[in-house]
Design a binder for this molecule. Structure first.
Ligand code: NCD
Length: 304
């Protein structure tokens, strides 16, 4: 049987997804044994900038006793013309058993997985997927609300370029969350409307009816000209600020994957608001990543 990967959330079944969230929560309550993955070589391969994700993965790997290897891909032989397949074969021969990979190109982790005889964990590829971010968001939501099924969640902003939104949509739909996407047509095309996923252009219309709201950063580095004609207009329509906070429910949880841009998608009031869960999200990331590492490298598959 081919080694399992986590390229996106739906590489696991809904039952496995719940089991992963349970496991991550148990690691939060009691640290896992330091020798859980003792001596397993895990490589962090980040071709794109990262603060939270790379730090969180590294700490998770260390907490379960893995042998952690990180290197700057700028200095790798991929830059000398070596193919992905040859790199994958080389890394496996050296002894690497799992690769945590982030790459600006959508689909890069999948291509790596086709050549690598070990486990691939996607830490964000282009605009495609970021499964462990979705897992930590789901863990945070579930902690606050005690359930996921039937929750009403809005994801607001630059959906088009957001791998975080895509993976969250996949995971939330698997677990029965009712998802509404909010944004301008240029950053949220009508084609995003699918089974169980609604589109709303008027943020103010839905604010009082949400269990959670996830604000996204405008991904300026991925936006081609014309998609964001006026930042002022965007801010007027979609920024979460003091007056919109006042219209959110008392128990509405505010999520943001980070990095956030103060004064654009949110104001300082949001970060100071007791409903804001940014810190909890980052904190939960380490536990979710320990659970994923264990799941892929150690435990037997859970029945679907
Ligand atoms: C996100 C990413 O890199 O996909 N950040 C993260 O991993 N927490 C979102 C972003 O860059 O806006």
């Amino acid at each position: 049987m081919a080694p399992r990967n986590l390229l996106d959330v739906d590489d696991v079944s809904p039952a496995e997804l719940i089991a992963l969230l349970d496991r991550a929560t148990s690691f939060k309550d009691a640290a896992p044994p330091r020798d859980l993955l003792a001596g397993v070589p895990v490589l962090n391969l980040f071709f794109e900038a990262s603060t939270r994700t790379v730090t969180s993965f590294t700490l998770a790997e260390q907490r379960v006793g893995a042998d952690v290897i990180s290197f700057a891909p700028g200095t790798s032989s991929l830059g000398k013309g070596e193919t992905i397949a040859d790199t994958a074969i080389t890394l496996h021969a050296i002894g690497v058993r799992a690769i945590v990979v982030r790459h600006p190109e959508s689909g890069f982790p999948k291509r790596l997985s086709e050549a690598f005889d070990g486990h691939i964990i996607n830490a964000g590829d282009g605009t495609h997927a970021h499964p462990t971010q979705a897992l930590l968001d789901l863990m945070t939501l579930r902690h606050d609300h005690g359930r996921l099924d039937g929750l009403r969640v809005a994801i607001v902003g630059d959906i088009l370029h957001s791998r975080v939104a895509r993976s969250n949509i996949v995971g939330m739909r698997m677990l029965g969350v009712d998802v509404t996407l909010v944004g301008p047509r240029t950053l949220l095309p009508d084609s995003f409307e699918t089974d169980g996923v609604r589109i709303e252009r008027d943020l103010d219309a839905i604010l009082p009816h949400l269990d959670a709201i996830m604000m996204l950063r405008i991904q300026h580095e991925r936006i081609v000209s014309g998609l964001l004609p006026s930042l002022d207009d965007y801010i007027r329509q979609f920024q979460l600020n003091r007056s919109r906070l006042a219209r959110l429910g008392r128990d509405t949880v505010i999520l943001h994957p980070g990095p956030y841009n103060r004064g654009v998608e949110l104001t300082d009031d949001v970060l100071d608001d007791p409903r804001s869960r940014y810190v909890a999200q980052v904190h939960n990331g380490v536990f979710v990543r320990m659970a994923v590492l264990e799941f892929l490298l150690k435990s037997a598959p859970v029945a679907a």
